[in-house]
Design a protein around this ligand. Structure first.
Ligand SMILES: [Zn+2]
Length: 161
């Protein structure tokens, strides 16, 4: 996708991607069927600079770093990028306005990689359940109710025939 042309012509693109479409996400996700809704819009800012707005929405299941149980993490972000011709322009812009990311304009913009970066940015370094929700593994075998491994095993044996 030619990013500058997309911006100049006010392009709009909405699509959904699965976790398995993202190389890095697929490695940390528990299941790769989760969907992400992606939306990319092209526009020009007040100075007629070509810009992109990327919206990412979805949820991903990861392992909680405390209890190792599945943890569902919602991702919702919107970010604007100003397209610049060269890395050099990127520096100038960064000093001007830190709220807007700049992106070197490419004839072949990898939108999926951009979206993946965005999703990874939204993730905590060590994803964990909220305090109190987490049930750290109970290695002592005490304090659990009847839904223990033993009763699950019992059910499995009962339904075997
Ligand atoms: Zn947890």
């Amino acid at each position: 996708m030619d990013s500058i042309q997309f911006a100049r012509t006010s392009g709009e693109l909405s699509w959904s991607a699965q976790v398995s479409d993202f190389e890095r996400l697929a490695q940390i996700a528990l299941d790769d069927e989760a969907d992400f809704q992606l939306r990319l819009e092209g526009f020009q800012d007040g100075d007629e600079k070509p810009c992109l707005r990327l919206q990412v929405k979805g949820a991903i299941r990861l392992s909680c770093q405390r209890c190792l149980e599945p943890l569902s993490l919602e991702v919702a972000s919107e970010r604007e990028f100003v397209l610049v011709e060269r890395e050099h322009d990127m520096m100038d812009l960064a000093e001007e306005d830190e709220a807007i990311e700049s992106l070197v304009a490419e004839a072949q913009l990898d939108v999926l990689a951009l979206a993946e970066d965005e999703i990874l940015l939204q993730m905590p370094i060590a994803p964990m359940h909220d305090p109190g929700i987490c049930n750290p593994p109970d290695w002592t075998g005490r304090g659990r109710n009847d839904s223990s491994a033993f009763s699950v095993l019992g059910t499995l044996t009962d339904t075997k025939d």
